[in-house]
Design a protein around this ligand. Structure first.
Ligand SMILES: C[S@@+](CC[C@H](N)C(=O)[O-])C[C@H]1O[C@@H](n2cnc3c(N)ncnc32)[C@H](O)[C@@H]1O
Length: 236
């Protein structure tokens, strides 16, 4: 959406995009940290659900440095990587170029402003990004993603979702920070403290309600055993 067309009531998603990702050094630091994770296994799990082939198109919303988009590019015909951070998209382009991948389209845009062009897509992946929006705007984002998908299309959504007993929040959050005491951003701040204080992880029952209200059926759901992560495989 062109800046001059953004209504004055619109949430400014660039303001809460995560301080980690809007600068080149921070984007690179995020990519380095994520090398400790088994990204290949996660991508294989998502791809197994999506069953892409060269006739299919997929959008990665909040794509980051493009770990999933690059894995999807090996299977799908059209891959669209959308992220609000120009620094992250620059890094994603560079990494894809190094791998010789040429079928990924990159868009610097957000959940609320990305305008999809061309046929509706077969699948959308959204991993670790929706918590950057407050709940009302998450609902708008989910509705918009549903509108970009073909009927029968699939959504893999994964994010910081709170499924623990809320009365135990103090103990649970202290434990979370403790478990992540060595997990800092480039400014030295505990990543999970920043997440809980400045970002918008939501409760499991709210997330499920929002997904269904957007027009999806939840086929599978799973919550992390520590109560801070939710995974949803859905169909439009
Ligand atoms: C934790 S990273 C996850 C990246 C990637 N999906 C992954 O799994 O590695 C969150 C990403 O969401 C992006 N982001 C934050 N707010 C956004 C918004 N409103 N619209 C699109 N992307 C957004 C950030 O720039 C960042 O790249």
């Amino acid at each position: 959406m062109a800046v001059e067309n953004i209504p004055e009531w619109m949430y400014d998603e660039s303001k809460t995009a995560g301080t980690d990702y809007n600068q080149t050094a921070e984007a690179a630091a995020y990519e380095l940290r994520s090398r400790n994770q088994d990204r290949d296994a996660v991508n294989a799990f998502i791809l197994d659900f999506l069953q892409l082939d060269k006739t299919k198109a997929v959008i990665d919303m909040g794509a980051g440095f493009g770990s999933f988009a690059m894995a999807a590019a090996e299977q799908a015909g059209r891959v669209i990587a959308v992220d609000i951070s120009p620094a992250v998209i620059d890094l994603a382009k560079k990494l894809a170029q190094e791998k010789g991948l040429s079928n990924i389209e990159y868009h610097v845009a957000g959940f609320l402003t990305y305008e999809h062009e061309g046929p509706l897509v077969d699948a959308i992946v959204c991993s670790g990004a929706l918590h950057h929006l407050p709940d009302f705007w998450k609902q708008i984002a989910l509705n918009r993603m549903c509108a970009m998908l073909k009927t029968g299309g699939k959504l893999h959504l994964e994010d910081h979702v709170l499924s623990f007993e809320i009365d135990r929040y103090s103990e649970m959050l202290n434990d979370l920070i403790d478990r992540n005491k060595d997990n800092h951003d480039a400014s030295g701040r505990n990543i999970m403290a920043v997440l809980m204080r400045d970002e918008f992880p939501t409760c499991d029952w709210i997330m499920e309600g929002m997904i269904e209200r957007a027009g999806f059926t939840i086929l599978n759901k799973k919550y992390g055993k520590t109560g801070f992560r939710g995974f949803y495989q859905c169909r439009k």
